[in-house]
Ligand binder design. Structure first.
Ligand code: BTN
Length: 269
């Protein structure tokens, strides 16, 4: 079946984004849209180039995990971004992408949508979308960032090990999602947030991000590079770092995997 709902022509005609998605490459099957977008970026493709796939054979998640990518149902999308900044200035970018994804998911799923820091999107505590940002550059300068987004839109089945912690927009809401419409809204949301980020840094989006914060006030453990911090999650700061209130005071962590203690959210899907 040709996945007509996700043709590049439909995505472009439905989207009012000016920069993001002005070039769209579509694959029925690809190993990973992030890998393909990285190859395009290395050969000079401009900012805003979008790679879409109906299915991925080697979809990649954070922490070297795989991303389950069956055909015909979900969104697998990777954008080439060229922010022209130093690496330390783009640390907040993955959170900005997560914000745009959450806002788009919420157009279908409403107020049960939350972000699990740093950039997982959940509906009622189950993961519906993930973001994988990959950066290339030289010392002091980012050449490009590949912003990869996977959203479970219409999937009705998950592998056994994911069933209790993954969902799709369809499973959570009963609504079938037109993938091109979703993708067009996503491009518009991401473009708006990316422009704010370039103009004012993460600081300009901090308050908005904290409104979507699903971990706030919860007891959590964050594991980063083999070290674990436990405490109560506070807000994210001007750089997108998560404040954790521990017995010994407050610490700010700039990445890692968060787990809610006492059950609930985990990474994966
Ligand atoms: C996560 O672990 O939460 C991040 C998942 C990111 C998956 C998306 S699907 C489109 C793009 N291509 C990939 O191989 N990964 C990202």
């Amino acid at each position: 079946m040709f996945p007509s709902d996700l043709s590049p022509e439909r995505v472009r005609s439905l989207s009012e984004a000016r920069s993001l998605g002005r070039i769209v490459e579509f694959h029925r099957v690809v190993d990973s849209t992030n890998t393909r977008a990285r190859d395009l970026a290395r050969s000079g493709s401009p900012e805003g180039t979008l790679v879409l796939a109906d299915a991925q054979t080697k979809g990649r998640g954070r922490f070297g995990r795989s991303w389950v990518s069956p055909p015909g149902v979900n969104l697998y999308a990777s954008l080439v971004l060229r922010p022209g900044r130093a690496p330390e200035e783009v640390l907040g970018l993955p959170l900005v992408v997560g914000l745009g994804v959450a806002e788009t998911v919420a157009e279908w799923a409403g107020e049960r949508t939350r972000i699990k820091w740093p950039n997982d999107v959940e509906i009622a505590g189950k993961k519906v979308a993930g973001v994988l940002c990959e950066l290339e550059g030289e010392a002091g300068r980012v050449e490009f960032v590949i912003a990869g987004v996977g959203v479970n839109l219409n999937a009705t089945e998950f592998p056994e090990e994911l069933r209790d912690r993954a969902t799709s927009v369809r499973l959570a809401t009963g609504r079938v999602v037109d993938r091109a419409v979703f993708c067009a809204r996503l491009l518009e949301r991401l473009e708006k947030r990316y422009e704010s980020f370039l103009a004012g840094g993460f600081r300009s989006l901090q308050d908005e991000w904290n409104r979507w914060h699903g971990l706030s006030g919860k007891r959590i453990r964050v594991v980063r590079g083999g070290e674990a911090v436990e405490g109560v999650a506070g807000p994210v700061d001007v750089r997108g770092r998560l404040e954790i209130r521990t017995a010994g005071g407050s610490v700010h962590v700039d990445g890692g995997e968060a787990t809610v203690l006492g059950g609930g959210m985990r990474d994966g899907a």
